[in-house]
Design a protein. Structure first.
Length: 246
């Protein structure tokens, strides 16, 4: 007799795999990704009182990854309002172990105060400085000592060169079967003027996706987890969930 739990799991995996060939669904998801980014959709959500500036779909994927891995350390470059730090810390609090380390070149005082006064701060540490400064990376490395399972999230400066340097510097911290998640790879699929009036140093041809591809071209230890792409469809990180396979 088929185990109903395993049967459900197999059916779900089949549905997810089939999404890759569902042209109508892919087209609808692509249209939503474009229009929602134009409308700054990611700015509409908070977690435990802090603006998270992420898509709910990606955060649910991160929850699945974190619950499966039960990481000892989550490293995130880019802090902003601290919502994602609080989110990851709250999941670790439920698990009962682990800490989150956030790095940002400019931790604004009002955000720093709000994060430090949050109940989840007990699982959060922050470092101010450029994520690609060798001295900062050395400090981050010190936090990885003794940590068996490490997950890395890249969400700071989105230029190709910056993200590629982050990948080269932070990927070695990622444990086997864990991930380095590269956010905002969606930039490659958005028109240059998708946010009128907003001037940014990244764009088509110069963004996290081009960096991830360049990284994967010379690094066989990681691969894109297509099952996450096929599951989410709506995401700011398509082809950005890079799993360490060896």
């Amino acid at each position: 007799m088929t185990n109903p739990i395993e049967q459900f799991k197999e059916e779900r995996e089949d549905r997810i795999a089939n999404n890759a060939n569902n042209e109508r669904l892919l087209t609808a998801a692509g249209a939503f990704n474009l229009e929602s980014n134009k409308a700054q959709y990611s700015y509409n959500f908070s977690w435990m009182g802090r603006p998270i500036i992420q898509y709910p779909q990606d955060m649910l994927a991160m929850q699945e990854i974190i619950w499966t891995l039960q990481p000892d350390l989550i490293i995130e470059t880019g802090i902003a309002h601290g919502g994602s730090l609080v989110y990851y810390a709250s999941l670790l609090e439920l698990i009962g172990k682990g800490e989150v380390l956030g790095i940002d070149i400019d931790i604004r005082e009002h955000n720093k105060i709000a994060i430090e006064s949050h109940p989840m701060y007990k699982r959060i540490k922050m470092i101010q400085g450029s994520s690609i400064d060798p001295e900062i990376v050395t400090r981050v490395r010190q936090h990885t000592v003794g940590k068996k399972t490490v997950l890395v999230v890249l969400d700071s400066n989105h230029t190709h060169e910056h993200v590629l340097q982050e990948l080269q510097m932070y990927a070695p911290f990622v444990s086997l079967n864990s991930y380095v998640v590269v956010f905002d790879t969606i930039v490659e699929k958005l028109p240059a003027n998708y946010l009128p009036g907003h001037t940014r140093p990244w764009g088509v041809g110069d963004n996290p996706l081009t960096a991830a591809k360049a990284f994967l071209d010379v690094n066989s230890q990681f691969e894109i987890d297509r099952s996450i792409d096929n599951k989410l469809l709506i995401s700011v990180a398509p082809s950005g969930y890079l799993k360490r396979i060896k």
